[in-house]
Design a protein around this ligand. Structure first.
Ligand code: NAD
Ligand code: MG
Length: 339
């Protein structure tokens, strides 16, 4: 392949990221083939979207770029058994998260270019932003550059999914992996979930109506985050009342205190020294019993039933609720999801 021809792209996995990347790349003029296990849960969806679907081995053989967009935990076996024996000499192996390469679960073949293109957002948003002519900010990194073309290929892919339109930042596999895990654990998913649940429980235990507590602790969070997104904390301060500002400035530190900061450092230390990765890999290998039980507890939390009832009257949510952001069948299913 010359640097002027568009690389042929094989996308292995058609879940949250896979579907969004595939649709965006096709709309950007790339030749895209999808690699999926025959009869797997997302095969019909890929076909309905008009893609050629092949077995992962066949798709991998065809690609100038082979993007591995299956769940992280199935990637090592998939790579070893299906990708490495079939991907052609000198092709480019692409990941959307650095986990397996960074933690040594995948050691890519020496002749391959190995790159990372990670959109900083869920797949549904990667697609929606592309469709309205914007993009989700993305980071990219180069692990191996055997062809001298690795950065060119990563940026071509990044532009194809709409990510380079906005602030594509070069990073490393180490930085992407560690910051991504920290963000989702401490702030975005773990931190935000527990903050919302604990705030709601505090109000309900004190005798306030669960519905009112839901609006205060969960629903309104979006309105604040939208202000952060548009104009940072400065914009929030422009929009909230003086009373809210004074309360935030004096009481925020009760919540994120020295102990919370020490716990954040602990979360980061366990990411950096591999403790988290080893724990998650062992959990997955043992069949995910703890993961499933903890997730079920989140799904069974009483705030979920209250929210479901209230959201039924939020007519503007109807269209987004009809289409789940992530196919339910693509959730971690250790043995059946393995190649
Ligand atoms: P997902 O769970 O949504 O999708 C998985 C897809 O892989 C499904 O199509 C499934 O059928 C398929 N699959 C599973 N096992 C397979 C196998 N053995 N062979 C072939 N196909 C198989 O996954 P996702 O959340 O899109 O994650 C994909 C990658 O993107 C991961 O590396 C993840 O860290 C990264 N990422 C995800 C997000 C996100 O918001 N979900 C954001 C940035 C990066
Ligand atoms: Mg992540």
């Amino acid at each position: 392949m010359t640097s002027t021809a568009k690389p042929k792209i094989a996308i292995i996995g058609y879940g949250s990221q896979g579907r969004a990347h595939a649709l965006n790349l096709r709309d950007s003029g790339f030749d895209v083939t999808i690699g999926l296990r025959p009869g797997g849960p997302t095969e019909l969806k890929a076909k309905a979207d008009g893609f050629t679907v092949k077995a992962p081995a066949d798709a991998a053989r065809d690609g100038d770029i082979v993007a591995i967009l299956t769940p992280d935990m199935v990637q090592p076996q998939l790579y070893g058994e299906v990708i490495e024996p079939n991907i052609r000499q000198g092709a480019c192996l692409l990941f959307a998260h650095g986990f397996n390469v960074h933690y040594g679960q995948i050691t890519p073949r020496d002749d391959l270019d190995v790159v990372l293109v990670a959109p900083k957002g869920p797949g549904a948003l990667v697609r929606r932003e592309y469709e309205i002519g914007r993009g989700v900010p993305s980071v990219y990194a180069i692990h191996q550059d055997r062809s001298g073309q690795a950065e060119h290929l990563a940026l071509a892919y990044c532009a194809g999914i709409g990510g380079a339109r906005q602030n594509a930042i070069r990073t490393t596999f180490k930085e992407e992996t560690e910051t991504d895990l920290f963000g989702e654990q401490a702030v975005l998913c773990g931190g935000a979930t527990r903050l919302v649940q604990a705030g709601w429980e505090t109000l309900v235990e004190a005798g306030y109506q669960p519905e009112v507590a839901y609006y205060e602790c969960l629903h309104e969070l979006k309105l604040i985050v939208d202000l952060f997104y548009e104009g940072g904390i400065t914009r929030m301060h422009e929009f909230i009342s003086e009373t809210a500002q004074y309360g935030a400035l004096t009481r925020g530190d009760y919540i994120v205190d020295a102990n919370t900061r020490a716990q954040m450092k602990q979360v980061l230390a366990e990411i950096q020294d591999g403790t988290f990765a080893r724990q998650w890999i062992a959990e997955y290998a043992a069949g995910n019993a703890n993961y499933k039980a903890m997730k079920q507890a989140d799904l069974d939390h009483p705030i979920e039933a209250i929210g479901k009832k209230l959201r039924a009257n939020m007519k503007w949510l109807a269209s987004s609720q009809a289409q789940p952001a992530k196919p339910a069948t693509a959730e971690a299913q250790p043995q059946s999801e393995a190649a």
